[in-house]
Design a protein around this ligand. Structure first.
Ligand code: FMN
Length: 331
């Protein structure tokens, strides 16, 4: 019997495939369908700190401006509608907890440790099994130092951890000057899990119309390589769980991230590109692969290819294309 169970944030997941926070996790019907198709857990679409601030009658802090980064924030974000967002979000959590049996993780997009952190308690009271903080301070403010920017992450974690008893995960980018050390320090902050990595809305330029347009909204399978490298490097060197995000498009991608040492894997782009049937296909692939390789549970192979366990740890450090690669047909 093949057992796909895994533990993430202290929660028991029937399998490691988590529907990542996105437009695909924003309504109860979508959540029910994701559960039906076999998702192990769901991270709800993020609520924005600005939305919570409106309810708390706070001014949107200046720092919030550059980080409203998802397509939805430009296309569908109506500031006049924000007052309802908090109650709608809490209602979605309550409804999901009534109708679904898989873990439901609430998500907040935040860039400060302002009063919005009180909202974390309300998510817990509504029944959320965990909270994911979707944090990114774009290092574009030339007057702020790297350590100023980094401090915000620790301040937020401290405040949120004080508010709630449920597990808290932090979803980060790889834009840190000393990434390995930062991931390690964050893992020692009391956080229960780190999600490596978020993928952001990025600008492109339309040269015919002289307009700034959205760059590709969905990832490609080749984008798995950055999170794969860092999950592999950091596995067994962190004091919290790791979830892999970005570029996981098929069952092989899930297996790779588990071999690298992830506790769970998050998917978003494939849900948009191929629909929710991709989940049972990925699960089927995993089972077949495990059978063929004689693994009966995920713990039998999780982390086997992490840097610390690998026979070739240097492979994860290699960054330059060496001459002999070029000699083998890559020119
Ligand atoms: C349309 C869209 C909306 C997203 N919205 C959110 C969000 O609200 N909060 C969040 O943390 N991540 C959000 N993400 C990022 C995804 O959760 C995920 O981390 C990212 O897309 C990389 O994973 P993928 O390669 O499987 O798409 C969004 C992604 C997409 C494509």
């Amino acid at each position: 019997m093949i057992d796909l169970k895994t533990k993430y944030l202290g929660l028991e997941l029937k399998n490691p495939i988590i529907a990542a926070s996105s437009g695909m996790t924003r309504t109860i019907h979508l959540l029910e369908e994701l559960e039906r198709k076999g998702a192990g857990a769901i991270v709800l679409k993020s609520i924005f700190e600005e939305e919570i601030a409106v309810e708390l009658n706070k001014q949107v802090s200046k720092m919030n401006q550059p980080t409203s980064i998802y397509p939805e924030i430009f296309d569908a974000f109506d500031y006049s509608d924000m007052e309802d967002s908090v109650s709608k979000y809490l209602f979605l959590i309550e409804e999901a907890k009534k109708k679904l049996s898989i873990p439901i993780i609430g998500s907040v997009n935040c860039v400060s440790s302002d009063e919005w952190t009180l909202f974390a308690k309300r998510m817990e009271n509504a029944g959320a099994d965990a909270i994911e903080l979707n944090m990114f301070v774009l290092p574009s403010d030339l007057t702020r130092s790297g350590s100023d920017n980094e401090k915000i992450y620790f301040d937020v974690i401290e405040k949120v951890k004080k508010e709630v008893n449920i597990p808290v995960a932090l979803k980060i980018s790889y834009y840190f000057s000393n990434l390995g050390t930062m991931i390690q320090k964050l893992s020692e902050s009391g956080i229960d899990g780190l999600v490596l990595f978020n993928r952001f809305f990025s600008p492109d330029i339309d040269i015919d119309n002289m307009k700034i347009t959205p760059a590709s909204i969905y990832s490609t399978p080749s984008e798995i390589s950055i999170s794969l490298r860092w999950v592999a490097i950091m596995a067994n060197r962190v004091k919290c769980d790791l979830a892999a995000s970005t570029g996981v498009h098929d069952g092989a991608g899930v297996i790779k991230q588990l071999l690298a040492g992830a506790n769970a894997v998050q998917i978003a782009s494939v849900l948009y590109k191929f629909g929710f049937d991709i989940i049972p296909q990925m699960l089927e692939f995993m089972k077949t692969w495990m059978e063929e390789n004689q693994f009966s549970s995920i713990d039998d192979f999780r982390g086997k290819m992490s840097q610390s366990a690998s026979k070739n740890p240097a492979a994860y450090e290699r960054v330059q294309f060496m001459q002999h690669f070029a000699g083998k047909g890559v020119h």
